[in-house]
Design a protein around this ligand. Structure first.
Ligand SMILES: Nc1nc2c(ncn2[C@@H]2O[C@H](COP(=O)(O)OP(=O)(O)OP(=O)(O)O)[C@@H](O)[C@H]2O)c(=O)[nH]1
Ligand SMILES: [Mg+2]
Length: 235
């Protein structure tokens, strides 16, 4: 049997309709860790039945689920992927291979819609604006803060991430940029999700995501000003 090279964290809140498609498409040597975030649709049992390693996280929030998966991972490389079938696990080697080859420390999947309705217009605009701000703040040439990504597990743990809601992917990116990681972006497919939309498809979800990310960007600005003042490099 091929040993596990990569642990794939799949945060999961009521994704039973999407799980079969996702789990059957996991590449060889990639272990699925489904983090059940209090699903009521049988997601956890289904994932277990389909051969995934299942972890439970009672605290709600994307970041809480993603971080529980990171803590449960044991492989040297960890990848993250949504469990809603909007992303194809067969794309995972695109984000993992540059880490394996030690060409990058964090690889982000830039979402490229595979159909016209894959990405609601408001979410796309918000993401374009956020990416522009991030390029200005960090100097890293990114165009999307997508959830499919990979890094070495120990490195991500060392970032000591605190956000447990929708700011988790942003906090990871800001931490990586501040630590001068080699950050790379690769194109990955993005299809309409299977099942009910929770974040970008709802006004409440979108507002929560904006709130979480704005708080992190404010904190990041304060941090940068403090370190610039301390170093005296810039006034
Ligand atoms: N929104 C949300 N997602 C969670 C949570 N816990 C786990 N997840 C999972 O995190 C992944 C990303 O959430 P999604 O609901 O797809 O969020 P999104 O992709 O921004 O927006 P939509 O796909 O439009 O709903 C999915 O696999 C969810 O099942 C949680 O508390 N809230
Ligand atoms: Mg989604």
């Amino acid at each position: 049997m091929k040993s596990t090279r990569v642990d794939v964290v799949l945060p999961c809140l009521n994704e039973s309709q999407a799980l079969p498609w996702i789990l059957e498409r996991m590449p060889a040597g990639y272990r699925a860790i489904v983090v059940d975030n209090g699903s009521t649709d049988g997601s956890a049992d289904l994932a277990r039945h389909l051969g995934a390693h299942v972890v439970h996280e009672s605290r709600r929030g994307f970041g809480a689920a993603a971080h529980a998966g990171l803590l449960a991972a044991t492989a040297p490389i960890v990848a993250f992927c949504d469990a809603d079938a909007s992303m194809d696990p067969r794309d995972l080697p695109l984000v993992v291979d540059p880490i394996t080859a030690d060409e990058a420390d964090l690889v982000l999947g830039r979402r490229r819609p595979t159909t016209r309705n894959a990405w609601p217009a408001h979410a796309r605009v918000a993401n374009t604006y956020l990416s522009w701000r991030l390029r200005r703040i960090t100097g890293v040439n990114i165009h999307d803060l997508g959830p499919m990504r990979a890094a070495r597990r120990d490195n991500v743990l060392a970032l000591d991430l605190n956000d447990r809601r929708s700011g988790y992917p942003l906090e990871m990116f800001l931490g990586a940029a501040a630590a001068n990681w080699r950050i790379r972006e690769v194109d990955t497919g993005y299809a309409p999700r299977v099942g009910r939309s929770k974040v970008t498809g709802t006004v409440r979800g979108t507002l929560t995501a904006i709130q979480d990310m704005s708080a992190l960007l404010r904190a990041d600005r304060v941090d940068r000003n403090v370190s610039v003042d301390r170093s005296g490099a810039r006034s």
